[in-house]
Design a binder for this molecule. Sequence first.
Ligand code: PGA
Length: 261
Amino acid sequence: MTRTQLVMANWKQQGSEPALKHWLSEVSVPDLAKLSRVLCVPLPYLAALRQQRATLQSPVLAGAQLVSAWSGGAYTGEVSAAMLREFGVAYTLVGHSERRQWLQETADSRRAQLAALWQQGITPVLCVGETAAQHQQGQTFAVLWQQLAEVLDPQPAPGPLVLAYEPVFAIGSGQPLSAPDAQQVHQQLRQLLQHWYSAADCQQIRILYGGSVNSNNAAEYLRYPDIDGVLVGSGSLKADSFNTLCRAIAAVNTSQCVALP
Ligand code: PGA
């Protein structure tokens, strides 16, 4: 399997420029050949991130948490994919549950965001996940199907895609879905993707788990064959715990994944 592990830090609406500078000066993990790290900062900090990334010994890619559905024009407050690219953004979150819930983003908007990112050569990280009620009612599969279909139908993506499976009840709750349960969903997601992609392409798409991941539990997820990385919110704010988390993941030997029944 050739999928590179991916650890994404999502700072949400948190941090400051001094905090970012401090984080970047502290972040340092040796031997990361098989692990990519992305830091999704609030937009105003992209310039500082670009400036300081250039001096880092241990690479961190730039990520954004949002993008405009429009490519440009009179849309006050919006930031286009082309602008993100100017600041070296390589990955951008789309459809995070907090934006679905609080910002009322629609499927049409998500679809347009994906198209805008692909046009600029930025990899979208499409976040999907069910609520606690949907989970309890056994609707996980149906919800994920709907969340994929509404943006991928009728055409498959014209560019690279990363999925982040984040059950809504696990986000910020301190109650992560267990790694074996996450593996089951990831396996289903990979099967669902076959509706739009060839079997070979499905094997290349990285699927991250997110929701209360921290330096103590992160490595456990990577021991499962369909979990290719993690999306980390509060557990990424402090550089030392983020370093510990990355080291723990890098130490997982993926050729000895947990055997599935
Ligand atoms: P959390 O957030 O790690 O704080 O649960 C994850 C996310 O929302 O991406």
